[in-house]
Design a protein around this ligand. Structure first.
Ligand code: UGA
Length: 510
């Protein structure tokens, strides 16, 4: 992300006016057609029955909008994790004064010391540039709420055993807001939450407010994040779209002003619609991955090439090339959890979304599919020395939450294999949960160290640097030259020419 105005291919990164369209979607409207440029004088009906007449604001609200335009109000971002910290720094670099707050004092101290608590490319530089200038990390939640007018909720929404989203952190934040309402607040939910959470936040604030109903002056908006770990800063500075669910003209005007400089389409909806857009997007992308994974299995059985199938179907713009990379399945903190929460939400409303249950079931079977491939090549896995390259759930992050690679590591440990693990970023964090075990599990500081005397080398994360390894050297180091590529990362010809037996997913052994 740039710190100042910059031009790239005719598009601006932050700063300066954007000509991107603002679109309001009334309930039942066709979303595709709604992406046309529409005039701001639009009138639309919100899900709660209110009618939005753009341009109709009382004098106090008009003054508030002027203050927002001039960035004279402060933003507080509650929750300094993978979503909150990049979001806070994104607004800080747009010129807003942003308070970053978290209930973990140690996390706040770390950020105050200029350290990013997780790996996200470019974030440490951005923190250095904004810390103490536009970005102020604080641990006093009450004070941050009182000092800010716009409050972004970026707290965690983990899942419960039954798949339901655990919204206790969202509820706790709503109660803190209720206790500190000292003037108008726009509460913007950014965490991924199930539909009608915004309505619950609203209700909770009304219920717990301690300063009397007369002074209750707030709006709740839903502005789901579409950040991908590893490219979060690009997603913030040049998003593909911005979705904002609002229930009042005032909230709508504020979010329009806030996002005016960002070169992206702003889609204005009701809050429940915005919440569903987020869950539906993640579920749809997961569905694409499970679909291509099943096609890969069919390709394996028939001797066809799934990469070419993906290329062929992706060329149809109705399908698109994205998220058609076959492999060991999807992981991370978002897809598995959001998929389950969406299934749970549908069930709560009596809707049988078995399509998504299949998406999940297919994903869960990818570990078994991969172990089977390895077993077909090596026969017995007990006491085999296996080099594992990549433990993060995908490239560009040190995050191993719900990592498909870790599921495979678990399965191999149960088989009694000896594991030599490498990952360019994930190991320091991973060491805290998966401890080294002499002769059984060893962390290695290079792919070459991991490959020493190994009888198989597995590629489980799509780190670009693994494409550029010295194959001749690896060949020499390994006892058996066998590579099983769970991400279809490597070029089959290069690897086979280097003398390896090479197995990948849905690509024929030529
Ligand atoms: C995902 C979404 O892509 C973001 O838009 C969303 O904002 C985010 O979740 C969230 O809800 O916070 P992220 O979890 O960072 O982002 O990761 P993705 O890049 O979407 O990858 C998810 C998993 O799918 C990874 O394990 C990846 O390796 C796998 N994947 C992805 C495939 O197996 N095949 C593909 O073609 C693409």
């Amino acid at each position: 992300m740039n710190s100042g105005a910059s031009e790239d291919g005719g598009r601006k990164e932050y700063f300066g006016e954007s000509n991107a369209p603002v679109t309001t979607v009334a309930p039942g409207a066709n979303i595709q057609s709604s992406f046309r440029r529409v005039a701001l004088s639009i009138t639309s009906v919100l899900p709660n029955g209110d009618v939005l007449h753009a341009g109709v604001l009382n004098a106090i609200d008009a003054r508030l909008i002027e203050q927002v335009k001039k960035k004279q109000v402060r933003i507080a971002v509650i929750g300094m994790g993978h979503v909150g910290l990049p979001t806070a720094l994104g607004f800080a670099s747009m010129g807003w004064t942003v308070l970053g707050v978290d209930s973990s004092e140690s996390l706040v101290s770390m950020i105050q010391a200029g350290k990013v608590p997780f790996y996200e490319p470019g974030l440490d530089d951005l923190l250095k540039r904004q810390l103490g200038k536009n970005f102020l990390p604080v641990s006093d939640m009450d004070q941050a709420i009182r000092e800010a007018t716009i409050l972004f909720l970026c707290v965690g929404t983990p899942q419960k055993e039954n798949g339901q989203a655990d919204l206790s952190q969202v509820e706790a934040a709503a109660r803190s807001i209720a206790h500190n309402l000292n003037g108008y607040k726009l509460i913007v939910e950014k965490s991924t939450v199930p539909a009608i959470t915004a309505q619950w936040i609203c209700r909770t604030i009304r219920r717990f407010a301690t300063n009397g109903r007369a002074k209750l002056d707030f709006d709740v908006a839903s502005n789901p994040e579409f950040l991908q770990e590893g490219v979060a800063l690009k997603n913030i500075s040049r998003p593909e779209r911005i979705v904002c669910g609002v229930e009042s003209e005032r909230a709508r005007r504020i979010v329009e002003e806030m996002y005016r400089p960002v070169p992206a389409r702003l889609l204005i909806t009701g809050t429940s619609t915005a919440e569903i857009i987020k869950h539906a997007a993640n579920s749809f992308l997961s569905m694409k991955i499970s679909f291509i994974n099943m096609v890969a299995d069919l390709c394996d059985a028939i001797g066809a090439d799934v990469s070419q199938v993906a290329e062929g179907i992706g060329a149809d713009p109705r399908i698109g090339h994205g998220f058609l990379q076959a492999g060991i399945g999807f992981g991370g903190y978002c897809f598995p959890k959001d998929l389950r929460a969406f299934i749970y939400l549908a069930e709560e409303y009596g809707i049988d979304f078995s399509l998504l249950k299949q998406v999940e079931a297919i994903n869960e079977k990818r570990t078994e599919m991969f172990i089977k491939k390895l077993r077909n090549a090596l026969w017995v896995l007990h006491d085999k020395t296996i080099a594992v390259l990549g433990l993060a759930f995908k490239a560009g992050t040190d995050d191993t939450r719900e990592s498909p690679g870790l599921r495979i590591v678990d399965a191999l440990r149960k088989e009694g294999a000896t594991l030599r693990l490498h990952d360019p970023k994930a190991i320091p964090l991973l060491k805290k949960v998966l401890v080294e075990e002499e002769g059984k599990l060893t962390y290695c500081d290079s792919p070459y160290a991991a490959a020493a005397n190994a009888q198989a080398l597995l590629v489980l994360t799509d780190w670009a640097e693994y494409r550029l390894l010295d194959w001749a050297r690896l060949h020499e180091l390994m006892e058996l030259p066998l590579i099983v590529d769970g991400r279809n990362l490597l070029d089959p010809d290069t690897i086979r020419e280097a003398g390896f037996e090479y197995i990948s997913i849905g690509r024929p052994a030529r």
